[in-house]
Design a protein around this ligand. Sequence first.
Ligand code: MN
Length: 240
Amino acid sequence: MSVLFISDLHLDANRPEATRAFHRFLDQRAASAEALYVLGDLFEAWVGDDDDSPLAQEIIAALAQLAAGGASVFFTRGNRDFLAGEEFARRSGVRLLKETSVIEIGGERVLLMHGDSLCADDTDYQEFRAMVRDPGWQAQFLALPLMARRALAAQARDASRVSTRGKPMEIMDVNAAAVAEAMRSHGVRRLIHGHTHRPAVHEFNLDGERATRMVLGDWFRRGWALEWDEAGFRLEAFDL
Ligand code: MN
């Protein structure tokens, strides 16, 4: 029995190798796992559940096949696919998780997040995030034609590339106080998240107790997955 965690695949028609690796991962690893948690940014962009692009259809079908085989598949929205909604969930068979969710695994409470909300030092990004997470903004955006939404998403990605290029690395990493506060308020000593693309296992002291923050990696040069089984957690990389 194992449980798998992945995030930040950023699947995109321009990187077919990542999509192929995802199919392999589903067939070879996830199909025999009890559960798969996708902690955001599965897609490079998600402009609405009515997206009829071949990539969106292909990934929905692959997830649906996995779910039909008996695996439980959970999905936390990332900052790229925050518009993934009920229709996406219905068609893919995934269960949408809230921005923060606590699961119990091996008798331990574990907090799951995408991780972007922890990057509190990146104030430009947090402003943008507050805007696009607003239900009114989302309703307006989703009312636009698909073509217009795709164009706006491409523009936003270009703008984000320009803005992140000039930002010091530590600004774009998680803020230690935000991490401590999230863990404290959820009563956990283990947090799993992605987003920063800095895969690592951080051990630290939280209010006198040992705490662990496990960061998933992206699927660019390699792929990353965190696996849990009776022996514990293992964060590992593999070739795409
Ligand atoms: Mn992200």
